[in-house]
Design a protein around this ligand. Structure first.
Ligand code: BMA
Length: 332
């Protein structure tokens, strides 16, 4: 198979942006950064909706083909509940959805914007109507979290992105484990942000949940390049070992998706592509990747899974965990 150039792996849908605030059944400033899954043969997006106070909630939109004819819930599907969950004071944002086969329900990790900053919260649902909140599971500042669909040696695993202002402004992607989805530990760095001029220097984070494939867990992550005129959010790929997700097998040097279209380059926050969900279309072996465009609307881009795997398998191997440990000890 002819190898793809990195930026031709994802093809934008001609109908983009597929959802904007104009499609909403009630007043909204922007709709973006949606989690995605399949429910009863439909694609369900759990969309971040920012209201005219600047506070976000989540609303479900459903479509048969994942591109057209979206049926949007008439009111917020999951609204912040700061009375019972004070961490949701300033809204809830950027959901990632994962089907937990063992628990027979979906787990939704999202950013709760608390008085102390953004943190990771978790809610479970069997129908996207009723949600059982587990509440905050990681303290501030933490964002960009998603569970793996299954346990590893009896423990759940979660990718997330804690931030601290003290570490030279650099933040990395972390991995943690839990026996019960509520208590998390065994934290370690999974993917490091690079340094200097790289597209993914200093600040990276998970985008959609890791996708189980025959070659390993496929990870799409964002890198944030700071420039004198603002940040540019771009996307890269990595591959984790299927049995031990602490092992990063591959990582792309070049980005595979970047803001180029006017609806990605101009909006409330310009030059942002920010996917929180992707779904497989099994008959065609294609992935539909849903992304927030410029924090204003939602776009979809399509990729062939084999082409993605072929690309990522030809990327450089990441240093093994022992080597990373050594770099850490040497302060690199
Ligand atoms: C990140 C998150 C996203 C947002 C992005 C660009 O830190 O807060 O919700 O899309 O910034 O503004």
């Amino acid at each position: 198979m002819a190898r793809k150039t990195p930026e031709s792996i994802f093809r934008r849908c001609e109908e983009n942006p597929i959802l904007t605030a104009r499609n909403w059944p009630y007043p909204a400033n922007t709709v973006f950064n949606a989690g995605a899954t399949r429910v009863n043969g439909e694609v369900l997006l759990l969309v971040r909706v920012e209201d005219h106070r600047g506070i976000s909630h989540l609303t479900a939109a459903r479509s048969r083909d994942g591109i057209h004819d979206w049926a949007v819930d008439p009111s917020p599907t999951l609204a912040p509940d700061p009375i019972h969950y004070p961490e949701e004071l300033y809204g809830i944002e950027d959901p990632r959805i994962v089907w937990l086969e063992e628990a027979k329900e979906w787990a939704v990790t999202y950013t709760a914007y608390s008085h102390g900053g953004p943190l990771i919260a978790l809610a479970c649902t069997k129908d996207f109507k009723n949600f059982r909140r587990i509440g905050s599971i990681m303290p501030p500042e933490d964002k960009d979290a998603a569970l793996f669909t299954r346990k590893f040696k009896g423990r759940w695993a979660m990718i997330h992105r804690p931030s601290t202002a003290f570490f030279h402004g650099r933040v990395h992607i972390w991995l943690s484990f839990s026996p019960d989805l509520r208590h998390w530990g065994d934290h370690s760095i999974l993917i490091r942000s690079r340094e200097g001029g790289w597209w993914d220097a200093n600040k990276i984070g998970l985008s959609p949940p890791p996708l189980e494939t025959r070659k390993g867990w496929l990870v799409l992550y964002h890198g944030v390049r700071q420039t004198p005129s603002g940040s540019i959010y771009r996307l890269g790929l990595a591959l984790l070992d299927i049995d031990d997700p602490r092992r990063v097998l591959r990582r792309s040097d070049e980005w595979v998706f970047a803001p180029t279209e006017s609806y990605e380059r101009i909006g409330d926050v310009s030059d942002v592509v920010f996917p929180c969900g992707w779904v497989m279309d099994s008959p065609s072996n294609r992935i539909l990747m849903y992304y927030g465009a410029a924090d204003t609307s939602i776009g979809v881009a399509v990729a062939d899974l084999d082409e993605m795997l072929d690309f990522v398998l030809n990327c450089c191997p990441e240093p093994p965990p022992e080597k990373l440990k050594e770099l850490e000890v040497r302060g690199r």
